[in-house]
Design a protein around this ligand. Sequence first.
Ligand code: HEC
Length: 137
Amino acid sequence: MPRMRIASGPVLLVLLACAVVPAGADPTTAAGAELYQRFCASCHGAEGHGDGPAATTLDPPPADLTTIARRRAGRFPDEEIHAIVDGRAVLPAHGTRAMPVWGYELEARAPPPAPGRASAQAMTQRLVDYLRGLQRE
Ligand code: HEC
């Protein structure tokens, strides 16, 4: 399974922790903010500053998601961020990626008969929209 090769121990622990959190609303219809708290806050922090409870175990540390635009000359690149979150197109040639490949994770959570790929892309887009709203100058 590809994810096993790129996920390090702490990442697997976080993913397991996510799995035992009581299932809330169906994630395929949840708002971006809710998806974020459910899947991302453990590493990136409740407000996106890269200071979630799992952050200290990660190298490199989780990015501060409120400064995505600031670190890119004031531009929030929708497509690039979508690709980073999905993860399947940006597997590193060398080394490890500390960030989970959400494309696989979200597809796996789309209950039948929801078409997994389309549903995962819609969830990813809601997350990207939410992240755009977190940007500060
Ligand atoms: C297991 C911890 C972990 C979880 C959970 C996690 N991330 Fe990340 N994320 C990281 C790390 C670490 C990085 C730094 C880049 C790297 O992996 O090399 C990162 C980087 C990013 C980046 C790139 C930011 C930039 O400025 O380049 C984005 C966007 C992002 N994460 C979004 C998300 C979203 C959305 C979720 C939830 C669906 C999420 N992350 C869940 C660990 C995590």
